[in-house]
Ligand binder design. Structure first.
Ligand code: ADP
Ligand code: MG
Length: 397
């Protein structure tokens, strides 16, 4: 970890600390929070700062408002946070300006203030300098604990750190450490399992990890570009034609790297006609996929082969379901892989919204996964080797 964290801060009692958190939680029509994982994930940092008697000012975005949107105010989140902390949380109705300054000036050591949805201002996403300055003027120190938005250069995720010193929160630190372990000296063999719908989303990660991994197992819709690249028939399965040359280039690279432990599914679950919960499914070998067939899951031979890969690995990164797991009868492959990853004697990291949903669907004990990345796009960009503005802006140790 090359960046300073809140644990590197000294004498913070009484200091105003603005913490960018990711409280972008799902809400139902009645504005009830349907999943508070992200609020819970921010608790270690908030509790640490309360203990240290700082004045804590939290800021987050919620949804995609254009201007002030009553439905996207932070009030339900403030209420839930207060319950979780067992402590009063003062929710303000703006995130900059005189009233906010007044409220902060009245705060006592250890108080927690929650600002209004920062995306009510279009300046936030534009990383507007004046807006970033106004946010910075509210505090002495900036803490970024919103790993999920670290790949965006917005005013509250990056711009603000031009004006006050910035350090990482504990969640941010946890994410950086866990993902760095994959990039720097992973214990070998290192297995990369990739699935999901679009191969174009995953190309960056394959490119960056190809020289670091020892085993690759592909599934889901993205596998069809690779099967096509290897001249296997794909029928009517999901295929991004323009990605086939890119897949070919990657396959060629695997030969150059002597990466022969590179697997595409040996067999598939297919349907003809419409993809639906009632559709009649069939198992076919990969050579037997005909014109009218749509691949919806990996088949039993592929599952067995991937389980073997998982048993052999010492480090595993998994992103992307291996089939259309939202439909129960096409979730077999994904559930088998989720269970095998959870049981693996390896350092295991899982990232991606749908992949985490798949872990839940499989009913595995999430504590058995070494690290579940909350990042989504940010985790993928980190593993692609990109510089994330929300991390780059923080002070080096
Ligand atoms: P994550 O959110 O974990 O990063 P993605 O968003 O990349 O994962 O991919 C998830 C989606 O991929 C799911 O909606 C799933 O239905 C879809 N998918 C998986 N396999 C197939 C397939 N064979 N054909 C079409 N879609 C697929
Ligand atoms: Mg997804």
């Amino acid at each position: 970890m090359t960046k300073k964290t809140i644990e590197d801060l000294r004498d913070i009692a009484g200091k105003r600390i603005l913490v960018r958190v990711d409280f972008n939680v799902p809400l139902d029509e009645k504005r009830n929070i349907t999943d508070d994982t992200r609020i819970k994930a921010a608790l270690p940092t908030i509790k640490y700062l309360i203990e240290a008697k700082a004045k804590i000012i939290l800021v987050s975005h919620l949804g995609r408002p254009s201007g002030v949107d009553e439905k996207l105010r932070m009030d339900p989140i403030g209420a839930r946070l207060s319950e979780l902390l067992g402590k009063k949380v003062t929710k303000l109705d703006d995130c900059i300006g005189e009233e906010v300054e007044n409220a902060i000036s009245k705060a006592k050591n250890g108080d927690v203030i929650l600002l209004e949805n920062v995306r009510f201002y279009a300046e936030e996403e534009k990383n507007d300098e004046i807006f970033a300055r106004k946010l910075a003027s509210l505090a002495d120190i900036y803490v970024n604990d919103a790993f999920g938005t670290a790949h965006r250069a917005h005013a509250s995720t990056a711009g603000i750190a031009e004006f006050i010193p910035g350090v990482a929160g504990l969640l941010m630190e946890k994410e950086i450490k866990a993902l760095s372990k994959l990039l720097e000296n992973p214990e070998k063999p290192f297995l990369l399992i990739l699935g999901g719908a679009k191969v174009s989303d995953k190309i960056g990660i394959i490119r960056n990890l190809l020289s670091k991994v020892d085993i690759v197992a592909l599934g889901g819709g993205m596998a069809y570009a690779f099967l096509k690249a290897k001249n296997w028939p794909v029928g009517k399965s999901l295929l991004e034609e323009d990605m086939v040359p890119v897949a070919k280039e990657i396959v060629k690279k695997t030969y150059e790297l002597h990466l022969y432990d590179f697997h595409t599914p040996l067999d598939h679950i297919v349907v003809t006609g419409k993809i639906s919960p009632e559709a009649e499914k069939q198992v076919v070998e990969r050579g037997a996929v005909s014109e009218n067939m749509i691949g919806v899951d990996i088949g039993p031979q592929a599952i067995a082969e991937y389980e073997d890969c998982i048993h052999r690995a010492k480090t595993i990164f998994w992103n992307g379901p291996l089939g259309i797991f939202e439909i129960d009868q096409f979730a077999t492959g994904t559930i088998a892989i989720a269970k095998a990853v959870a049981e693996a004697q390896a350092y295991t990291v899982v990232g991606g919204g749908d992949s985490i949903a798949a872990l839940n669907k499989a009913g595995v004990d999430l504590n058995k996964i070494s690290h579940i990345s909350t990042g989504g796009g940010a985790s993928l960009e980190f593993l692609e080797g990109k510089v994330l503005p929300g991390i780059a802006c923080l002070q080096d140790k």
